[in-house]
Design a protein around this ligand. Structure first.
Ligand code: CA
Length: 227
């Protein structure tokens, strides 16, 4: 994975370059907006870490020109100003995320990893699908056989997890920690209830049945084989 850093403050630039390199990324550093834009347009990068206050072109101008080009490159922008308008402006221009300086490197790394997972050119699709069931991650919408289905936030998270790990039996403990962000006592039936409600909405009225109980183990979402 290759990351382009555009940052004019040498100390910050070197620090970012070194940190990201140590984290296993290939990095390149540009110290002004013109060079940064040129590299972004001509190089093969997976992510752009872009400072806003830059000589030459500022970060917003770089982003604007980048978005006008054919390049689809996720952008994490760095702003020194904790101004809501700045963030809104950046996000409106198409930045994928932002960090306010000063930030902890661990925070930057977490954001970088998330953006890379999301991928450029939709490497990770924004729509998860199994048979005639579709979950749109960006629009937070679920459609089955052409019918829009309303889910609660937890049901949505549960379905997202099942779809992401299609074909894998997910233990209840894993579902509890991923969807509810906590551990449940083994005798609680919260997950069973949530699965039942989810099935009633997305599976019971439709064919084929996708959510299966793996008795004593957990749940799996998969498209059944054969006719
Ligand atoms: Ca700067």
């Amino acid at each position: 994975m290759k990351i382009l850093i555009v940052e004019d403050e040498q100390k910050t630039g070197d620090y970012l370059k070194q940190g990201l390199s140590e984290a296993g990324f290939v990095t390149e550093l540009a110290s002004n907006g013109v060079d940064g834009l040129h590299l972004a347009l001509t190089g093969d990068f997976d992510l752009l870490v872009l400072d806003v206050m830059l000589p030459g072109l500022n970060g917003w101008q770089v982003m604007e020109r980048l978005r006008q080009s054919e390049k689809s490159l996720p952008v994490l922008f760095l702003t020194a100003r904790d101004q809501v308008e700045d963030r809104v402006k950046g996000l409106e221009l198409g930045a994928d995320d932002y960090l306010v300086k000063p930030f902890a490197f661990s925070e930057l790394l977490a954001r970088v990893r998330t953006l890379l997972r999301r991928g450029k050119n939709g490497l990770e699709p924004s729509i998860l699908q199994a048979a005639n069931l579709e979950l749109d991650l960006l629009r937070r919408r679920v459609v089955r056989a052409g019918n829009r289905i309303e889910l609660t936030a937890k049901e949505f998270a549960l379905l997202e997890l099942l779809l992401r790990r299609q074909g894998e039996v997910l233990p209840r403990s894993m579902i509890a920690s991923q969807v509810w962000d906590m551990n449940f006592d083994s005798d609680t039936n919260v997950i069973e209830v949530a699965i039942r409600r989810l099935r009633a909405k997305v599976d019971d009225p439709y064919e084929p049945k996708l959510i299966r109980t793996a008795r004593g183990m957990g749940y799996v979402l998969e498209v059944p084989e054969g006719p």
